[in-house]
Design a protein around this ligand. Structure first.
Ligand code: FAD
Length: 308
C-alpha cells in the first residue's frame, strides 16, 4: 500500500477536528440547556393553555409551565407585586406582564393579556399556541408593598387599616396578584386550582381590609368573575367597586365612599397616564411626582399613595 502523502496524513485529523468543532458549535446552539428565567436573564417557558378571558372581549389568559427553579422562587410567596418581561422574538422588543395566578401544585402561572389593536406584542402574545415557548425574564419588581406596620403614615390610624387600589384597564393585574397573595385565594377561573395557592405569608396578608375601585368599560373588566367571587367570599374584608361609565365618573364622591379616610390606609393607583393624572397627579418618568388630582383634593398625603 502506498505511504500516505503529507497532505492526506493531515487531511483525516483535520476533517475529524473540523467535525468535532462543528458538533461542539451545534451543541452550543441547540443542545446546551438554556438557563431558567431569572431576574437577570431571559429563559424559556412553555405555554400549556391559552383561553379567552370570560369577561373581556380581546383578552386572553395564558398559562405557562414553570421550570423547577422558578417554581421554587414563586412558591415561597415572594413580595408583591412582581412582573415578568416577555420577549417578542419577531420584533426583538419586550413588554411586561403581571402573573395573576400561581399554581404551586401544577407549577404554572397565568398571565392576563389584553389585546391592543395597535399593539404589536399583545397581538403576538395572542397568536401563541399551546406548546410554544416564550422567553421571559423575572420575577422583577419596581416597588414592594409594605405591611401596615411599616408605614409611618398609619401611626395614628384609628380603624384597622385598608389597602385601597384604584385601577384602570390592565392596571388591575398587579392588584389581582396582591389580592391572591394576601388572601391565599386562587384567582384562577379553574375550580381545580382553588387550593393550589400557598397560604399567604408576606406583607400583603397583614392588611386587614382591601378596597378595589376598578374603572373600565363594562365589557372590558378583566377577571370580573374572580373579583366578584372574592368580594363574596370575604365580606367585610374585601370590597370591589366598578366604574364603567368613563373616567369622569371617577369623582371625589366615589373615592370618598370607597376609600379609607386619610391616615387610615394606603392608596395604590395603576392604569393609563390619564387615569393616574386624574386621580393622583402626574407620575414622573423615574419618580412618583407630586401628589395631585382627586386624592390631593381629598386630603391624602404623598406618603399614603403609590402610583404605578
Ligand atoms: C409593570 C407592568 C405590568 C404590566 N402588566 C400587564 C398585564 O398583566 N397584562 C397586560 O395586558 N398588560 C400589562 N402591561 C402592559 C404591557 O406591558 C404592554 O404595554 C401591552 O401589552 C401593550 O403592548 P403592545 O406591544 O401590544 O402595544 P404598544 O405598542 O406598547 O402600545 C399599543 C397601544 O396601547 C396603549 N397601552 C399600552 N399599555 C397600556 C395600558 N396598560 N393601559 C392602557 N393603554 C395601554 C399604548 O399607549 C398604545 O397606544 C404591563 C405593563 C407594565 C409596565
Amino acid at each position: 500500500m502506498a505511504a500516505p502523502t503529507t497532505a492526506s496524513r493531515f487531511a483525516r485529523p483535520l476533517a475529524l477536528a473540523a467535525a468535532a468543532l462543528a458538533a461542539g458549535a451545534a451543541y452550543t446552539f441547540f443542545a446546551r440547556p438554556r438557563p431558567d428565567p431569572s431576574p437577570t436573564s431571559y429563559g424559556p417557558v412553555r405555554i400549556v393553555a391559552t383561553h379567552p378571558d370570560a369577561s373581556v372581549n380581546g383578552a386572553r389568559r395564558i398559562t405557562v409551565a414553570l421550570p423547577a427553579t422558578l417554581a421554587e422562587t414563586l412558591k415561597t410567596t415572594p413580595p408583591v407585586p412582581f412582573f415578568f418581561n416577555v420577549k417578542n422574538t419577531d420584533l426583538v422588543v419586550a413588554r411586561s406582564y403581571t402573573p395573576v395566578h400561581i399554581d404551586v401544585q401544577n407549577r404554572t402561572m397565568d398571565l392576563l393579556v389584553k389585546r391592543y389593536k395597535v399593539g404589536e406584542t399583545s397581538k403576538w402574545m395572542h397568536r401563541r399556541s399551546v406548546g410554544d415557548e416564550i422567553e421571559v425574564n423575572g420575577p422583577l419588581r419596581e416597588w414592594t408593598l409594605p405591611a401596615p406596620s411599616e408605614l409611618s403614615a398609619l401611626r395614628d390610624a384609628k380603624d384597622p387599616p385598608t389597602l385601597a387600589m384604584i385601577a384602570g384597564g390592565t392596571g388591575v393585574t398587579p392588584f389581582i396578584q396582591i389580592l391572591e397573595s394576601a388572601l391565599g385565594h386562587s384567582m384562577s377561573p379553574d375550580p381545580t386550582a382553588a387550593q393550589s395557592r400557598p397560604p399567604a405569608s408576606d406583607a400583603a396578608a397583614a392588611w386587614p381590609r382591601f378596597s378595589l375601585i376598578y374603572a373600565a368599560p363594562e365589557n372590558d373588566l378583566l377577571a370580573k368573575q374572580q373579583l366578584d367571587a372574592l368580594a363574596a367570599k370575604f365580606p367585610g374584608r374585601v370590597s370591589v367597586h366598578y366604574v364603567t361609565n368613563g373616567r369622569q365618573a371617577l369623582t371625589a364622591d366615589v373615592l370618598r365612599d370607597a376609600l379609607p379616610a386619610p391616615g387610615q390606609g394606603m392608596v395604590l393607583v395603576c392604569g393609563p397616564d390619564g387615569l393616574i393624572n386624574h386621580v393622583a397627579g402626574r407620575r414622573g418618568w423615574d419618580s412618583q411626582g407630586p401628589l395631585g388630582g382627586l386624592l390631593a383634593q381629598l386630603g391624602y398625603r404623598a406618603n399614603e399613595v403609590y402610583k404605578f
